[in-house]
Design a protein around this ligand. Structure first.
Ligand code: C2E
Ligand code: CA
Ligand code: CA
Ligand code: CA
Length: 277
């Protein structure tokens, strides 16, 4: 038993070492990726249940690694967050979205609103200065209403006065705030009371199981009813089937996002999508 213990200990450290080396390599590659223009954004259309129009889209970050191909955001964003690189990357995302939104609004869809995912360190890190974004919008002549900031419970869980102040500043300026992945955390509902929220995004795990776990259907409906009473709009994520779409529409959900409407699209494909719709 002793020998086995020793072996499993060695195995464990070896595994850890390999994982650590992989992380460091990927992080180095990511530093280079920013400079080497390997990052780009896809835009996923969001459709209004009533008008059936697409007047919103979510900006989703992508990394095309020269040797390893596409690296999913769930793999590299946590690395970017831990290393602080997320600040630089997020500012780049914001610049890209601004550049496109101006063009798209004037040419194809004047009401277009693009939502941007934000990470907690952008609100906590002293070097981030996220509220600078408001001045940048002003400088570039982009209305605050064209932008929606998505925040997660991770941020609200640890939020202090400074975070509240920043969110309030955005809201005051006319930028909408959405609470992302709603329902996955422990106290989603209590945050609705404490923080300014214009939208909640029902997590795709609920939408997925809505048709087979009846409790999740009840939960979705309860979230929608609650949001309505609070004057908050609801976006359902991960809508993949017509059945899910129909149920959510009947429940009074406001917006749908998912493969049924469209996959995340390249800049060019999103532009064609706007023209076609
Ligand atoms: P998220 O904010 O919850 O984004 C929605 C995710 O659902 C996206 O995954 C999208 O591609 C996926 N999705 C959309 N429709 C469907 C569907 O019908 N079915 C299924 N199964 N999935 C669908 P993606 O693009 O892999 O992004 C993963 C996460 O990475 C995002 O989750 C977000 O938390 C983070 N992320 C992406 N871009 C950024 C960014 O610019 N900044 C920050 N901080 N995080 C980002
Ligand atoms: Ca999101
Ligand atoms: Ca608003
Ligand atoms: Ca989400």
């Amino acid at each position: 038993a002793k020998g086995k213990g020793k072996n499993s200990y060695q195995y464990y450290t070896h595994e850890m070492q390999t994982a650590a080396i992989k992380r460091i390599t990927l992080l180095n590659d990511l530093r280079y990726a920013v400079k080497n223009k390997e990052l780009f954004i896809e835009y996923q259309p969001i459709c209004n249940f009533d008008s059936k129009k697409v007047v919103k889209a979510e900006a989703l970050l992508r990394w095309q690694h020269p040797e390893k191909g596409r690296i999913p955001p769930d793999e590299f964003i946590p690395l970017a967050e831990e290393s602080g690189l997320i600040i630089e990357i997020s500012n780049w995302v914001f610049d890209e979205v601004c550049r496109n939104i101006k063009h798209w609004k004037s040419r194809f869809c004047s009401e277009l609103q693009i939502s941007i995912n934000t990470s907690p360190s952008q609100y906590f890190n002293a070097e981030s200065n996220i509220t600078e974004w408001l001045n940048l919008l002003l400088d570039r002549g982009i209305s605050a209403r064209s932008i929606l900031l998505e925040v997660t419970e991770n941020l609200l869980m640890e939020a202090n006065d400074m975070v509240s102040k920043k969110l309030f500043e955005f809201r005051q300026a006319g930028v909408d705030i959405a609470l992302d992945d709603f329902g996955t955390g422990f106290s989603s509902i209590s945050y609705l009371k404490k923080f300014p929220t214009d939208y909640i995004k029902i997590d795709k795990s609920f939408v997925k199981s809505m048709t087979d776990v009846s409790n999740d259907k009840v939960l979705c409906e309860a979230i929608i009813v609650l949001a309505k009473k609070l004057g908050i709009s609801v976006v359902a994520e991960g809508v993949e089937t017509q059945e899910q779409y129909d149920i959510l529409k009947r429940m009074g959900c406001d917006y749908a996002q998912g493969y049924l409407i469209a996959r995340p699209l390249s800049e060019a494909d999103f532009e064609s999508f706007l023209i076609a719709h």
